[in-house]
Write a protein that binds this ligand. Structure first.
Ligand code: NAD
Length: 640
């Protein structure tokens, strides 16, 4: 049974384009009247807009926010806060502006209204990271949590793409680490997984340049969800490393997250397989760490600490700092492990895949698919490439073993060996796997007003003997006589005259003529033609259920899977009238056996018909002793 604790962080969220205009109302809502506006150097325009929207409520302005919340900056801002006698701060900017607001709040107790312009997510946490003399320290305090956050996507709409990418990966990191945090619980899991999905989608749109205001709005929502995770769940190796690197080597915050995240995930992959599988599923990739790395590459984000200015000779010290104090992380932190992780991060290498085989197979699949690139027929190229993709995926998903695949090859070989002109094992295989019925549905069932089709089956023989109307196709074989009286029309009910109609069926014991070498055939099959009224009459015998040939590999498969080989009793028709859609179908005997478990999945409701028992005079005056059956049916063909 799951046990967990969850403390919600009580922040008020105001979300939507144009909500910056609500800032005065939000300050008033807190009962505050004197706001100090905090903005980022170089982003004064945001500060101006907020000041304007605040009107008289704005009493001061500080534009000196800096990354990692240096204490000396906070001291200067504090002087300004006291000088203007502010009772709240309104910060507009990225995590740096938020950090300064928090630093002021924890020192003075002033209320905070935050308008984030990046996806840092810090606005919904009670955490504060500050730097002093090159060292970053973090603390948590309820007073740090901002009272109100106004998420206005228009503020981040112009966030330059490179900053947007790293900022979104910064948010992604909060969601990822929340999923394997010791504080994880179902609420956090849901928030984190949604964050992963929405941030990944946003990153893809940043990658392909289709990020409009909607996409930016989604990224902001992802940032909020991920920030909420960061606020309630303890973070692991990744955040620790980023703090160490950022604080000690003065590396840019979000970019450092972007480089380190895939490497830290790979480090934890074996120790947190469930979290990784859930992340991979939301990313839509086989392996989470390489999936994130590839996403960063596609979006043009940084992949190496080298490009962020990290000196190579600082790596040893970074390992030292990262392993100095143990803290919760799924995989134990070893010097060796950290050294390798940081080496890769410094060089920007793709992390080792938690699913190395998956990526090897993916590369192979890609190569095989590309081998069809020169195919002249695009349909053939597409079908083959997709077939290869699915077959490789099948092998991968089931971790297919050599001996299992050899069994499959042997199966197909035996199917080939047993196949002759009159024994079609591959048709049986297609039929018993339902593929024939699926293709039949796709090909022939798009017009509900026509008669349903059914599979051709393995016993059709091209060019059957031409027979006259009224013929008895059973040629005197034993069985209950059956008089067939069918009509062929178009979908308007207009008769289709002179339509060639091939019919074939099994004998009383369930065998087709081609299965009986001693029989002087062809029997129980023939080609007849409709008369001027589209009508066709002939005699035969009542078909009975029969097993499909079960002495080959398909029969072995049926036995192995506990399936019976029987087909429900039926009569085959192939109608190929000029100017009309060809119809291949079967009529099933209502009340016959196996209608609901037909071995080839061929039965359709409208094809189950009455073979009416009769005695006495027959329609054409033929003498029949005892019971005979009568089948009447109208086939409706689509005109071409
Ligand atoms: P940031 O606030 O420094 O912004 C990054 C850069 O983007 C700056 O140059 C800024 O001027 C620019 N910028 C911001 N918004 C812009 C916009 N809309 N258009 C154009 N440019 C814009 O950095 P950040 O990545 O947002 O946040 C990083 C800081 O946040 C770090 O100090 C980090 O420690 C802190 N942080 C804290 C927490 C927490 O919970 N305590 C969480 C995440 C981040």
């Amino acid at each position: 049974m799951t046990r967990f604790e969850y403390t919600a962080q009580p922040a008020r969220i105001v979300f939507g384009p144009g909500r910056l205009d609500d800032v005065a109302a939000e300050v008033a809502r807190l009962g505050r009247t004197r706001a100090l506006v905090l903005a980022t150097p170089g982003r004064a325009a945001f500060g101006d807009r907020v000041e304007k929207a605040l009107g008289d409520l704005a009493v001061g302005r500080f534009d000196g926010t800096a990354m990692h919340t240096p204490v000396e900056v906070t001291v200067r801002a504090l002087e300004e806060l006291q000088r203007v006698d502010a009772d709240c701060v309104v910060a507009v900017g990225g995590g740096s502006a938020t950090g300064l607001a928090k630093a002021l709040a924890v020192r003075t107790g002033v209320d905070q209204v935050i308008l984030p312009t990046t996806y840092a997510g810090s606005e919904v946490t009670a955490l504060l990271g500050e730097t002093e003399n090159g060292r970053k320290t973090t603390r948590t305090d309820p007073a740090i949590l901002p009272e109100t956050v106004i998420y206005d996507p228009e503020l981040s709409a112009d966030l330059p793409r490179p900053i947007a990418v790293t900022s979104a990966v910064n948010a992604l990191a909060h969601a990822v680490e929340a999923l394997y945090s010791p504080d994880a619980n179902p609420v956090v899991d849901s928030l984190a997984l949604d964050a992963v999905e929405v941030l990944a989608a946003g990153l893809r749109r940043l990658a392909d340049g289709t990020d409009d205001l909607d996409a930016r709005s989604d990224l902001l929502r992802g940032a909020w969800l991920a920030g909420t995770c960061l606020g309630v769940a303890g973070m692991g190796l990744h955040h620790k490393l980023c703090h160490t690197l950022g604080g000690s080597f003065d590396l840019p915050h979000a970019s450092t997250h972007t480089v380190v995240l895939p490497q830290a995930m790979a480090y934890n992959a074996d120790a947190a397989p469930e979290a990784m599988a859930r992340i991979a599923a939301r990313l839509g990739v086989p392996d989470a760490p390489t999936g994130v790395y590839d996403l960063v590459v596609a979006a043009g984000g940084p992949t190496s600490l080298r490009e962020l200015g990290m000196p190579e000779d600082g790596l040893d010290r970074a390992v030292e700092l990262a392993t100095a104090r143990p803290y919760p992380n799924p995989a134990p932190l070893t010097r060796e492990g950290m050294t390798e992780l940081l080496r890769r991060a410094w060089a920007g290498e793709r992390p080792p895949s938690g699913a190395p085989l998956a990526s090897a197979v993916a590369e192979l699949t890609d190569r095989v698919r590309r081998s069809f690139d020169a195919t002249a027929n695009p349909r053939l190229a597409g079908l083959l490439a997709d077939l290869v993709g699915r077959l490789h995926g099948f092998a991968l998903d089931h971790d297919l073993r050599q001996d299992e695949w050899q069994t499959a090859i042997d199966f197909l070989t035996r199917a080939g060996h047993i196949t002759t002109d009159v024994r079609q094992e591959f048709v049986l295989l297609s039929d018993t796997l339902g593929v024939s019925s699926a293709v039949d549905l796709l090909t022939n069932s798009r017009t509900p007003e026509t008669t349903s089709s059914a599979v051709l089956g393995p016993f059709y023989v091209e060019g059957p003997p031409e027979l006259a109307q009224g013929t008895d196709i059973s040629a005197g074989l034993p069985g209950t006589p059956l008089h067939v009286d069918v009509t062929v029309t178009d979908t308007d009910g207009q008769p289709v005259p002179d339509a060639p109609v091939d019919v074939w069926q099994s004998n009383e014991d369930g065998f087709y003529d081609v299965q009986l070498p001693d029989l002087d055939g062809p029997v129980l099959r023939g080609r007849l033609r409709t008369d001027a009224d589209g009508r066709l009459r002939f005699w035969s015998i009542l078909p009975s259920e029969y097993p499909i040939p079960a002495d080959g590999p398909v029969g072995a498969m049926l036995t192995a899977t506990g399936r019976h080989p029987y087909r429900a009793p039926h009569l085959h028709f192939l109608i190929d009238a000029p100017g009309h859609q060809q119809l291949i179908t079967q009529l099933f005997v209502r009340g016959g056996r196996y209608l609901d478990s037909d071995a080839v999945f061929g039965v359709k409701e409208d094809l189950v018909v009455d073979f009416v028992p009769r005695t006495g005079p027959t329609p054409d005056g033929r003498d029949v002793d005892g019971e005979w059956r009568e089948l009447e049916f109208t086939f409706r063909l689509r005109r071409l």
